[in-house]
Design a protein around this ligand. Structure first.
Ligand SMILES: CC(=O)SCCNC(=O)CCNC(=O)[C@H](O)C(C)(C)COP(=O)(O)OP(=O)(O)OC[C@H]1O[C@@H](n2cnc3c(N)ncnc32)[C@H](O)[C@@H]1OP(=O)(O)O
Ligand SMILES: N[C@@H](CO)C(=O)O
Length: 195
C-alpha cells in the first residue's frame, strides 16, 4: 500500500523532540491515533474505508481509555500538536484547534451545556495543566491559558488568561501589533490620578 504523507503528523513529531517518543510519551499514541483517523476519513468511499473505519473505532476507544486522552477524529487539530503528560484530556468532537498548540494533563476543550457551541482555538496556544475552555469562545493566536483556569470568554491574540473565571493578565506582541493590556491599564490609571 502506498504510504501517505501526513505533514500534520510530521509537524507533531517535530514537537516531540525526544528520541523514541513512542516509548517515552504516552500522549503520542493518542496523537498518532487521531492522525490515523483523519487519514482514514479522507480516503475515497469504498470497502477499504469501511473496513479501516470499523477497525479504527475499537482501537480509538482502547487508546483513549488507556492514556486518558480523547481526540475525536471529527475535531480539527492543526499540525504540531504537543501534549505534555496524559490523563483527563478531552477535546470536543466539533472543536477546532490551530497549529503548534500545546495541551497538558487535565485540559478540556468543550461546551458549556449539552449540545452547546464549542471553542475555536488559534495557532501557538499553550494550555496549562487542567485548563478548561468552555463554550462559544475564540482563543487567539499565541495565547497562554493558565493552569486550572476556566475560560468562558474570548481571549485576544497574544494574551495570557488565568483564574476562575479567567481574566486577562497580559498580552504580548503578535503579528507585529504591540499590545500590552497591563501597560495600558496602568497608563489609564496614572492619567486618572495625575489629573
Ligand atoms: C509535571 C509538570 O510540571 S506539568 C506542567 C504544569 N505547568 C503548567 O501547566 C504551567 C502553566 N503556566 C501557568 O499557569 C503560568 O502561571 C502562566 C503561563 C499562565 C503565566 O505565567 P507568567 O506570564 O509568568 O505570569 P505571572 O507569573 O507573572 O502571573 C501574572 C498574574 O497571573 C496570576 N497567575 C499566573 N498563573 C495563574 C494561574 N494558573 N491561575 C491563577 N492565577 C495565575 C499571578 O498570580 C499573577 O497575578 P497578579 O498580577 O495579580 O500578581
Ligand atoms: N516541560 C513540561 C514539564 O513537565 C511541561 O511544560 O509541561
Amino acid at each position: 500500500m502506498k504510504r501517505m504523507m501526513d505533514s500534520d503528523w510530521s509537524a507533531d513529531m517535530q514537537r516531540y523532540d525526544v528520541r523514541r517518543p513512542f516509548l517515552k510519551e504516552q500522549s503520542i499514541w493518542a496523537v498518532w491515533t487521531y492522525r490515523l483517523g483523519r487519514r482514514i476519513d479522507s480516503r475515497e468511499p469504498g470497502r477499504m474505508k469501511r473496513v479501516l473505519t470499523a477497525v479504527y473505532w475499537p482501537w480509538f476507544r482502547l487508546v483513549e481509555t488507556v492514556v486518558g486522552i480523547s481526540l475525536p477524529k471529527s475535531a480539527v487539530i492543526g499540525g504540531g500538536l504537543r501534549i505534555w503528560h496524559f490523563g483527563g484530556i478531552f477535546v470536543h468532537p466539533q472543536a477546532q484547534i490551530g497549529r503548534n498548540c500545546t495541551l497538558r494533563q487535565g485540559v478540556t476543550i468543550g461546551n458549556r451545556v449539552a449540545d452547546g457551541a464549542v471553542p475555536v482555538i488559534g495557532d501557538d496556544v499553550e494550555f496549562g495543566a487542567y485548563a478548561q475552555v468552555l463554550g462559544a469562545v475564540r482563543i487567539g493566536n499565541g495565547c497562554r491559558i493558565g493552569a486550572l483556569s476556566v475560560v468562558l470568554c474570548d481571549v485576544p491574540d497574544g494574551a495570557t488568561a488565568v483564574g476562575v473565571p479567567a481574566r486577562i493578565v497580559g498580552q504580548t506582541e503578535v503579528n507585529g501589533l504591540q499590545k500590552n493590556i497591563q501597560e495600558n491599564v496602568s497608563r489609564i490609571m496614572r492619567f486618572g490620578t495625575e489629573r
